[in-house]
Ligand binder design. Structure first.
Ligand code: KIV
Length: 282
């Protein structure tokens, strides 16, 4: 097990141009596999609502869902930097709510930091959480919790006006005290500018090269079947592997190939003794 990274490592990596590897995970096995693979950071994203709970979007996800999945991920990856994703309505109402809910992630789920969506409009939330001593990652660009306002799951910053607004958002997030920022579905030209302009690490999901890359495990592993964003590279087709395994199992059961002799516990006394005992029930 490698040494757990800290913000000192993440700042050094930005300075030295060493990209951070970051994936989502939502449960014990996935977190454990990510840690065994040497992944630097895990996001317990509210994408868990779509990837593992079967919701159409992320907004139904509750604090309880997030805390319980973060706890499982922490058990699976005790030595990996874990980011808890603040779900819809856990920080939108007030600074006080935001601090209380961010605090729950730290106290109850032992995560290393929290992430929340938005730029200038959540600056006071980021400041309040940071002032409480909790590390924050900002998230701008395509922000799924407010995708309705964006007109859907659409790329952002593709025209100068929108890119200018995003850069202002990024600066506000940094100014408010976030130690890093995640940029989603933004052209590489805009992300590259932010990466140079900001002192904090700029991470990308679908936003081209940056100080680190995030990918959703359900997408990269081929487990999420509803849709695949353009920016995803698929590294496996776990859905196909699992469906084929279930089919093979069902076929084996139906044809009597399973269970076989090697899958059963053998008796420890002669069969005659058992037959005698069975007769007692005749
Ligand atoms: O919930 C999540 O996985 C996220 C990513 C889409 C960035 O917030």
């Amino acid at each position: 097990m490698g040494k757990k990274k800290s913000i000192v490592d993440f700042m050094r990596m930005k300075k030295e141009g060493e990209p951070v590897t970051w994936v989502t995970a939502y449960d014990f096995p996935m977190a454990s596999f990510a840690q065994q693979a040497g992944i630097d950071m895990i996001l317990v994203g509210d994408s868990l609502g779509m990837v593992v709970l079967g919701y159409k979007g992320t907004n139904p996800v509750t604090m309880e869902d997030c805390i319980s999945h973060c706890q499982a991920v922490r058990r699976g990856a005790p030595n990996t930097w874990i980011v808890g994703d603040m779900p819809f309505m856990s920080y939108q109402i007030s600074d006080a709510d935001a601090v209380a809910n961010a605090g729950r992630f730290i106290k109850e789920a032992d995560v290393d930091c929290v992430k929340l969506e938005g730029g200038q409009r959540v600056a006071s939330r980021i400041k309040a959480i940071t002032d409480a001593g909790i590390l924050v990652i900002g998230h701008i660009g395509l922000t799924p919790q407010s995708s309705g306002q964006l007109g859907g799951f659409l790329a952002q910053g593709r025209d100068v006006k929108n890119a200018r607004a995003l850069i202002k958002d990024a600066l506000a997030v940094q100014e408010a005290g976030a130690y890093a920022i995640l940029v989603e579905a933004v052209p590489p030209e805009v992300t590259g500018f932010m990466q140079k302009k900001l002192e904090i690490p700029v991470y990308s999901i679908g936003a081209g090269p940056a100080d680190g890359q995030l990918i959703i495990c359900g997408d990269m592993l081929g487990m999420f079947q509803a849709f695949t964003p353009k920016f995803v590279k698929k590294y496996a087709n776990v859905a196909e592997i699992e469906i084929n395994a279930f089919k093979d199992y069902a076929d084996d059961v139906r044809t009597g190939r399973f269970p076989a002799d090697e899958h059963v516990y053998h008796i420890l006394e002669p069969i005659e003794e058992f037959e005698k005992m069975f007769r007692e029930f005749a």
